[in-house]
Design a protein around this ligand. Structure first.
Ligand SMILES: [Zn+2]
Length: 475
């Protein structure tokens, strides 16, 4: 029997507001432990929460960016549970009335565009952080009360790859909208996943497990691959899948059972009595809409329509806000969009990848890349040399003209000089000349390669082609 996976994600994103959700403490990451707190975020008896309006602004913005409906009247709820990092013994969150619902994100799969539904987005407070040291557990409350949105998708994904594509796209949209810094290594973007398997074509859902603690795109994909295999094998062996929470152990490459899954009713949700209803009107929504920047999908369409970029290029360039800014800066500086795109898709991304760097880390500017492109277009340097200049520019951030001048890389266009090299190469390779005379045209390519090599890549390729042909005929 063939199986298919059914995957849904729950993503927590810390909002980039300056202060916490119910008090004026800073949300800044790090800091001396337990210094970013007050009676409210420490959950001391009698302290009363006041909702930070900016949190609602950011959450509405996230909702609009993810094509959601914004719900006009919602309320906060208490989710009751005991854990040392939540000193109130409850979390203030939203339960029956999320601020945003019924949205979607489009991902580019091998079978084409696929729409992944967003069931809901609600606002809530983050808990403190437990640090386990030997026999002791210590708690840092700096994170307690940092505003979060929880984004819950519909169970629309069918493979680990789709889940990864969705999570990457979601992160990109949140970054474009500027609602979260999405730093996974600092925990400001966290992903839990629900996964079950069922016979392919079935409409019923299997028993799902939840996997926690995936802090990278790769971890998400790998954990899902493992868990799907585990569930399918269990079913084939006649075992029952247990609804439970598991965690991903990166070093073992396995998901490990943590506890049986709690049901919503275990939390005894009830409306938070210390807070009034949250009412959002059209004017508020319109005000947020007006601040929405161009999002990746719109940008992609514009690159394809206005700049004539292939869809593939447009997809990759718009996947990162910073990369898109770099591209647009170069175009505004007068370079041909397709040429810039070729450089970005080629040398730029390849080098960034090799060095495990981001576009924001580079030493050179988009203006310098434009200058490099101009040097090639004016014929000052060849494409081959341009790649060498690029590598140097990447390392040092020096101007391309300066690199060309310092290293003597100006293209040789002097026909006499090139003819001299051609004849030297022909003299040294009598076999290739003989091959050519015997009709083996492949020999020409070899000779051209040798001439380019002898000129250290500086000879103008068109002139080399022409002269090799001329000189061969003379022999
Ligand atoms: Zn506080």
């Amino acid at each position: 029997m063939e199986f298919e996976a059914v995957i849904g994600l729950e993503i927590h994103a810390e909002l980039s507001t300056k202060s916490k959700i119910f008090c004026s403490c800073t949300t800044e990451f790090g800091g001396e432990v337990n210094t970013h707190c007050c009676p409210v975020c420490l959950g001391l008896p009698g302290a009363l929460p006041v909702l930070n309006k900016a949190v609602v602004d950011y959450a509405i913005k996230a909702g609009l960016a993810l094509n959601c409906k914004i719900n006009k009247e919602t309320y906060m709820a208490r989710k009751n549970y005991f854990y040392p990092d939540a000193p109130k013994n409850y979390q203030i969150t939203q339960h029956e009335t999320p601020l945003c619902s019924d949205g979607f994100v489009e991902i580019e799969t091998e079978e084409g565009l696929k729409r992944i539904g967003i069931q809901r987005i609600h606002i809530e407070e983050d808990a403190g952080k437990a640090i386990h040291e030997g026999e002791h557990s210590l708690i840092d409350f700096n994170r307690s009360g940092v505003p979060l949105i929880e984004i819950v998708t519909k169970p629309d994904m069918r493979s680990p790859k789709e889940a990864r594509l969705f999570f990457e796209k979601l992160r990109s949209i949140l970054l474009y909208a500027g609602v979260s810094d999405c730093k996974m290594q600092e925990g400001s973007l966290r992903c839990d996943v629900n996964v079950s398997v069922r016979p392919k074509g079935s409409n019923e859902f299997g028993v799902k497990t939840e996997i926690k603690n995936m802090n990278s795109f790769k971890a998400l994909e790998k954990a899902l691959e493992y868990e799907i295999k585990r569930q399918i094998n269990a079913i084939k062996n006649g075992e029952k899948i247990i609804q439970e929470t598991r965690r991903w152990d990166e070093s073992k490459g396995q998901t490990i059972a943590m506890r049986s899954k709690e049901e919503a009713h275990d939390y005894r949700y009830f409306p938070e009595p210390d807070m009034v209803y949250l009412k959002v009107d059209d004017e508020w929504i319109e005000r947020i809409k007006a601040t929405m920047p161009e999002l990746p999908d719109e940008k992609k369409r514009r690159y394809i329509n206005d700049y004539g970029l292939p869809e593939y290029d447009a997809n990759i360039i718009t996947s990162s806000k910073e990369l898109a800014e770099f591209f647009e800066d170069a175009v505004l500086n007068g370079a041909n969009p397709k040429t810039v795109s070729n450089w970005i898709m080629g040398e730029v991304l390849r080098t960034l990848n090799d060095k495990d760097m981001e576009i924001t880390d580079v030493k050179f500017t988009s203006r310098q890349l434009v200058k490099l492109i101009e040097l090639v277009e004016k014929g000052t340097i060849s494409n081959t040399i341009a790649k060498k200049v690029f590598a140097e520019m990447f390392e040092t951030g020096k101007d391309p003209e300066k690199i060309v001048e310092e290293k003597g890389l100006v293209q040789i266009t002097d026909e006499n000089a090139i003819r001299e090299i051609v004849n030297k190469v022909l003299d040294e390779n009598p076999q290739s000349v003989a091959d050519f005379k015997n009709g083996k045209t492949k020999a020409v390519g070899f000779i051209i390669g040798q001439v380019m090599k002898a000129s250290k890549g500086k000879a103008n390729p068109q002139i080399v082609n022409k002269l090799v042909e001329e000189e061969l005929k003379k022999r």
